[in-house]
Design a protein around this ligand. Sequence first.
Ligand code: ADP
Length: 326
Amino acid sequence: MEAVVEATDLEKRYGETTALSGASVSVEPGEVFSLIGPNGAGKTTLVRALTGTTEPDGGRARILGESPSAVDRGRLGVLPQEFSPPARLSARELLVYYAGLYDDARDPDDVLADVGLVDAGDTWYEDLSGGQQRRVCVGSALVNDPDLLFLDEPTTGIDPAGRRTVWRLIEDLADGGTTVVLTTHDMAEAERLADRVGLLADGTIVAQGTPEALVRDHGGSSRLTVETAADPDVFADLEYAVERPDRGRGRTVDDAVVVRDIDPAAIGAVVDYLEARDIGYTGLSWAEPDLEDVYLTLADVAERERTDRLERGADESDLARAGETA
Ligand code: ADP
């Protein structure tokens, strides 16, 4: 089956900044593909290259079998990260306006219902809450009933109930055959919605796969978190590895320890250990690794590699300068 989205070795530079350095992605028809990655990783640039709002310096982008700038806009829905519709139009008027841009569009009232805003249809955009505004924006990307939908952080700023409305909407769209490319910082969102996830770091996809495969390959082991100020050393006689939790980028906390690779059946032994040695604790929680762990691990690796590269670059330019002055 021909891919609906095909990015091959995309490159994009802005002056000294490399936004994309060989990013490749392929999305099949009807898939929900989620792009995750730290700020500045290149997610928005990749979406822009794939939607034809920026021209890559190298590589090839194709969507719906064509170059992004040539594609029939009626088949494409795009919700950019920054999107500010006219403030003095009501939610309904805005959807009517966006629907009017297409030859063939959905009934704006149906779209209002889809994004859970029937009651707010007559409210001016500027008077809606931040979350309601974002839902109008999501609706505006749907009015043309697109075959391919790009959503750049669709639920940022939306309250939990509104977020679930948008999630259900994306699930319904995917069930109906719409291909969705979704960028998000919310790992629960990616885990729930995405068939596959691609992690972008430094302008390139460093890992991709189903959430389950990524968790299996990069999520690490199950863990028991013990809320305690006690030093990890006091667990030296326990038969499991115990350490401070890693919050990514080398940051740890000092009010908890994690017990690695432990089966839930062995939690009682840890409790006995704590009691026998009179180690104070305020809570215990056991968890399987999830996409958040994958993200923290891989983003951390990418960050370290970037720092190493920058340091090597600095060393090399020092050497070059030393060579020039010698
Ligand atoms: P993300 O969406 O993952 O946060 P972006 O694609 O927005 O990342 O940005 C990637 C890098 O490119 C960043 O360093 C950003 O500052 C830079 N960048 C993005 N757009 C522009 C632009 N229009 N002009 C200059 N630099 C840009």
